[in-house]
Design a protein around this ligand. Structure first.
Ligand SMILES: Cc1cc2nc3c(=O)[nH]c(=O)nc-3n(C[C@H](O)[C@H](O)[C@H](O)COP(=O)(O)OP(=O)(O)OC[C@H]3O[C@@H](n4cnc5c(N)ncnc54)[C@H](O)[C@@H]3O)c2cc1C
Length: 563
């Protein structure tokens, strides 16, 4: 069979196995591959890259979004994409009691690279204990020692220790933050309250304050589209189809055999001789399973969907970071992005970026972060603080710079216990599912959030910060008791965009996939993305999602070769 050239659509028809057939009055073409990957995000792009490395494997990669967006290349572009329908699914949660009835934005990348193409670019693995916990939950092969080779394989980082850090992987990781005096002051202030400076939180230990490592190099965002797909676009055995919305998995009894999807109004079908790997992310992976009859039987029947495999855990176990943003005015001149981002300051920054690829426009979203224990006696840090050297206000097209100069510090528990769920409300694949986070439903999350806010305060008001002339704006001096702080949290907190867990890996009745990421009870089908995480990792979730893609690909390939 002649190979499929990714950019040559006419040749694609050469692999039609059953010609063209009419389905519901819409032209449907049937194509045959060895593997079909649904979703070209942090995990899916990696899976497609590794599976198509052998010319023997014909791979189809389906992506609902477009090929790219100009703002996705420039680091500061995250601010332009967070509310941009051209690159973002723009989901919203349901209102909840602990969000004071607010619906929260749930941005998700909708383009090649998925959320890695719109995210804040902080590069954080999490703690060894996160993965050891997954292994202890019965997921053989997921301890930190097991996943460390995949974390090393994905990255290219110059710092840290060879034992922990990768030197020649596709994602280039750097410390790109501008050198602002306020960061030096923060590191000193943290030390004054007992938080050590730890330059490599992705190394032997996470604890401490550090400049953020970022998936940014030479002033460019290192999305999985750029690092895993761009270099292989000419592989003849990989077909990348953008603006292709997967609508349902095709099942033959208990075997997944193909996918139905639509491209600009045309319905198509593709068959996978070996496997389908769903990497549509924590919102859309459970949605696709439910649309395909895999999920909670009663819920599916209520919508008139045939139950193909009863799996009560589909869409459950939703976890995310619910983070209040404390706000501070800064009196010291010339050191926040509020000044650098307007007028002549902005001209200077634009020039700087054009010449050196750095400065405000080349910066990671939160350039400095701390991993902290919220109380004595804990084995490991349980709180994350992240600082952004500016104040913003909500604008119609996303956040805009405030006139006032200042800083924002978000603070939240890293491993929240509150769990929510995501379920479809319609058989229409275009209709967003209902997202319920149940934030703060576990009392410990509320307690740790309040402690996190107090730690932010202790650092911001430490002696080393005095030259910065900071004044607390929010929650403000009037919020002193735990209840007052918690009330404020409920009024203002939003997520840090890390939904995970909705197709949880495990061996129990509520698990959706096994430790090989195979969907329980369905042959030829895996899920590989953030949705398989049993618990939230301690920090941001891009690097762990890429690791999942790397490990999934290796498991898929090993299942054929038997290695
Ligand atoms: C605004 C924002 C900021 C963030 N900041 C950071 C950060 O600084 N650091 C960090 O580590 N993490 C960050 N994250 C989180 C991190 O980016 C995600 O956890 C990670 O990208 C998830 O990877 P994934 O593969 O599970 O899903 P995604 O990367 O979201 O990929 C899913 C892909 O599937 C596609 N898709 C979905 N449904 C379908 C369908 N039916 N048919 C075809 N294609 C489909 C989507 O369009 C998307 O491309 C952020 C996320 C967001 C949204």
């Amino acid at each position: 069979m002649s190979p499929v050239r990714i950019a040559a659509l006419p040749v694609l028809t050469a692999v039609c196995v059953s010609g063209c057939n009419l389905r519901g009055g819409i032209l449907s073409r049937m194509q045959a591959y060895d593997y079909i990957v649904v979703g070209a995000g942090s995990a899916g792009a990696v899976v497609a890259n590794r599976l198509s490395a052998s010319a023997r494997n014909k791979v189809l990669l389906l992506e609902a979004g477009r090929a790219s967006h100009p703002w996705s290349r420039i680091p500061i572009g995250y601010a332009k994409l967070i509310a941009n329908p051209a690159a973002n699914w723009l989901y919203r949660s349901q209102p909840e009691p602990n969000t004071n009835g607010r619906t929260l934005p749930v941005p998700r990348g909708k383009l090649l690279g998925g959320s890695s193409a719109i995210n804040g670019m902080a590069f954080v693995r999490g703690q060894a204990q996160d993965f050891d916990t997954w292994a202890q939950m019965g997921n053989h092969g997921w301890s930190y020692q097991d996943v460390l080779p995949f974390f090393k394989r994905m990255e290219s980082y110059a710092g840290g220790d060879d034992e922990y850090r990768g030197r020649d992987g596709p994602i280039r990781v750097t410390n790109p933050a501008p050198r602002l005096p306020i960061f030096t002051a923060l590191i000193e202030a943290a030390k004054q309250v007992g938080i050590p400076h730890n330059p490599d939180y992705n190394g032997a230990a996470q604890e401490g304050i550090a400049m953020s490592q970022a998936s940014i190099a030479a002033g460019r965002r290192m999305s999985t589209a750029r690092c895993y797909l761009d270099p292989i676009r000419r592989r003849p055995n990989l077909h990348i189809e953008t603006e292709a919305l997967a609508e349902a998995l095709m099942l033959d009894g208990k075997r997944c055999t193909g996918i139905r999807y639509s491209v600009r109004g045309e319905t198509r079908e593709a068959r996978a001789a070996r496997e389908i790997i769903v990497s549509a992310g924590s919102i859309n992976s459970p949605q696709l399973l439910e649309l395909s009859g895999i999920g909670q039987p009663e819920r599916l029947r209520d919508l008139g969907i045939d139950v193909r495999q009863a799996l009560p855990g589909v869409g459950e176990n939703l976890r995310d970071h619910y983070a209040p943003r404390t706000r501070w005015s800064v009196g010291a001149k010339g050191i926040t992005f509020n000044e650098r981002g307007r007028g002549l300051g902005l001209v200077g920054q634009a020039l700087r970026y054009a010449l050196f690829g750095d400065g405000m426009l080349g910066s990671v979203a939160a350039p400095i972060r701390a991993f902290v224990r919220s109380r004595e006696g804990l084995e490991a840090p349980d709180v994350l603080l992240g600082w952004v050297p500016m104040l913003t206000e909500p604008g119609a097209l996303g956040p805009k710079l405030s006139r006032e100069c200042g800083m924002t510090c978000y603070a939240h528990p890293m491993r929240p216990e509150s769990k929510g769920h995501i379920h479809i409300v319609s058989v229409d694949p275009r209709r967003p599912p209902a997202i319920n986070f149940n934030f703060l439903s576990s009392p410990i999350d509320a307690e740790v959030t309040v402690r996190a806010v107090r730690i932010a305060r202790a650092i911001m008001t430490g002696a080393a910060m005095a030259p910065m002339q900071v004044t607390e704006l929010a929650p403000g001096a009037l919020a002193t008791s735990d209840d007052e702080i918690l009330n404020w949290v409920k009024q203002v907190a939003e997520t840090t965009y890390h939904p995970v867990g909705t197709c949880r890996m495990g061996t129990d009745r509520m698990a959706v996939v096994d430790a090989q990421l195979r969907v329980h009870g369905v042959a030829g089908l895996r899920v590989a993305d953030a949705s398989i995480m049993p618990t939230l990792t301690s920090g941001n979730t891009n690097a762990p999602s890429i690791m999942i893609g790397e490990k999934a690909a290796e498991m898929v390939l090993a299942s054929v070769t038997g290695v």
